[in-house]
Design a protein around this ligand. Structure first.
Ligand code: MTE
Ligand code: MO
Length: 527
């Protein structure tokens, strides 16, 4: 269980097998039982549930041990069934990713390995006792014939069979078993304590997050025009729900940063250093804007892009308080876990809505998306701008400093490239002949999209219907209905931005500064 909880601590608190099984139990018991539990245990009901679960787990572990001792793999089977139940509970309670299965499976594998390990020690002890019993029997026959002649009978008197004496053969194997047991218990306790500390910190931050009420925006979001939705089934929503928003970062475990102790320092080449608390930030006149952020690692046609309504204080206003000195051209933002991004100073001080964000789609930032405060900058890939769990802005120069990814083979500057994607129909899925509706998104943050075109089998480009954008800082939806006879088609999309620049058609991988090329889907039109 400690292995499973530790894995969940590292990956995501929502994957904790204990929490998931406990939650499934709460959901499954009839309301009457729930009421009874609350009336008996009151606010200690969750502790009571955990104690109950610990007892059930202990009983199952004992059962597995007893079964395995009689017959190999029967105990492992009990653990396997329990592990599958845990995996099922985790899957029903969190978004399914391959990682979701790691904590319950790790717990089950650790349990089987330990069961076999401890049982081997126990069997060594059993064997030693059996061997000793056999030799004692032989010894007592001999002893009987010599006993009368002995001066000190106790010295030569053997112990009764099965009764261990300090120098008997059973002692090392008994000691071996208890040592193995002790090591296992100590490792489990240490793992459990560590997982508990981890979980406690995350839970405390989650509770602090739940208590936050976001202020109304002084500059509210531009209402989403109804015509911004292309209205095609199968399209991803125009505004990405938080739980579906892509997550990219180097944090092995999600940093638990308390808003009560959070401070942002503005340092470096500034006339005066500024310290900002979370309360200070929440008291500022906040701006809410829809902004589409994208990852530089997003391949052509990929989904490492999302659009949210962000609530925050414009970074330029904070920088204006600090007064950057002449010669500075970069802001190195640093997160609570030490990650950094280097953003051009002019991008943070021009009139765009670069935000020190506290809200995402009307909620405080989810922990995974940078709670309590992150940067969101229209027009730049995340690796050079979107620092989550941000704690420092250092005003500096590109000549003196570099963000985390720059020495690792990525460009120092990362403006988002004009791109487009076909979402409907899905590549490789057959469609019926007749009118086929194509639809997707196109983006050129902070410049905007002028038009989107499609071509079939490398024929002439045909203009798609471009939906109204929310703003130049968001993606745009587009659609195009075409009459297609049965057959195989290769369909490509290209966008042109509002500066009149078409997207780059050369196929290039994401490194060092973003993929290019046309998203291409193969459509199988059936008669
Ligand atoms: N602290 C921190 N912030 C970070 C990163 C990171 O690794 N650590 N990754 C960046 C990258 S590469 C991207 S694309 C965006 C993704 O933001 P999201 O996970 O909220 O979608 O966060 C950025 N902010
Ligand atoms: Mo990224």
């Amino acid at each position: 269980m400690a292995a499973g909880e530790l894995a969940a601590g590292v990956l995501s608190p929502s994957l904790s097998p204990l929490t998931a099984v406990g939650g499934a139990v709460i959901d499954a018991v009839p309301p009457g039982v729930k009421d009874w539990a609350i009336s008996v245990f009151g606010t200690a009901d969750k502790a009571a549930l955990l104690v109950g679960m610990a007892l059930v787990i202990a009983a199952l572990a004992a059962l597995a041990g007893a079964l395995e001792r009689r017959r190999r793999f029967t105990g492992a089977a009990v653990i396997g069934i329990f592990g599958l139940a845990g995996a099922a509970a985790v899957l029903t309670r969190s978004q399914m990713t391959p990682l979701s299965l790691v904590p319950p499976l790790l717990a089950a594998v650790a349990a089987v390995v330990l069961l076999r390990f401890l049982l081997r020690r126990l069997q060594a002890w059993d064997a030693a006792i059996a061997g000793q019993a056999a030799s004692h029997q032989a010894a007592s026959h001999q002893a009987a014939s010599h006993q009368a002649a002995a001066d000190h009978p106790e010295d030569s008197l053997p112990a009764a069979p099965g009764e261990a004496t300090p120098d008997s053969a059973a002692t090392p194997s008994r000691r071996g078993f208890f040592q193995a047991l002790g090591i296992t218990a100590a490792a489990a306790a240490a793992g459990g304590v560590l997982a508990g500390i981890w979980r406690g910190a995350t839970m405390a931050v989650n509770e602090a997050r739940a208590r936050i009420t976001l202020p109304a925006a002084a500059s509210p979001a531009i209402p989403v025009p109804p015509a911004a939705e292309a209205g095609v089934a199968g399209m991803p929503p125009l505004v990405t729900p938080n739980r579906d928003f892509y997550r990219i970062d180097t944090a092995l475990s999600v940093p638990a940063v308390s808003p009560d102790t959070w401070v942002l320092k503005v340092t470096g080449m500034v006339a005066r250093e500024v310290l900002l608390s979370f309360a200070d930030l929440m008291a500022k006149p906040l701006t809410e804007r829809h902004i589409t952020i994208a990852c530089v690692s997003n391949g052509v046609g990929g989904d490492l892009i999302g659009n949210a309504g962000w609530l925050g204080w414009p970074v330029r206003e904070l920088l204006a308080l600090a007064v950057p000195q002449p010669g500075a051209d970069m802001v190195l933002s640093r997160s609570a876990d030490g990650w950094t991004a280097g953003t051009p100073l002019n991008v943070l001080t021009d009139n765009r809505d670069a935000l020190l964000a506290v809200g995402m789609n009307g909620e405080p930032l989810p922990l995974e998306h940078g709670f309590p405060v992150r940067l969101v900058v229209p027009g730049l890939y995340g690796y050079v701008s979107a620092t989550k769990w941000v704690t420092e802005l250092k005003v500096t120069r590109f000549a003196d400093d570099a963000g985390y990814w720059t020495p690792r083979g990525w460009s120092a500057r990362g403006p988002i490239k004009t791109s487009s994607r076909i979402d409907v129909p899905r590549s490789g899925r057959p469609v019926n002949a007749g009118t086929v509706v194509f639809a997707g998104v196109a983006w050129a943050q902070h410049t905007g999209i002028r038009n989107v075109e499609l071509r079939i089998n490398r024929g002439p480009w045909r203009e798609a219907e471009l939906a109204t954008g929310i703003s130049a800082d968001t993606w745009y939806q587009w659609k195009l209905a075409m009459d297609l006879a049965p057959g195989q088609y290769e369909v490509q999309v290209r966008a042109t931005n509002l500066a009149g620049e078409p997207q780059d058609e050369t196929a290039r991988p994401p490194a060092p500064d973003g993929a290019t090329g046309f998203h291409t889907v193969r459509v199988d039109v059936k008669s």
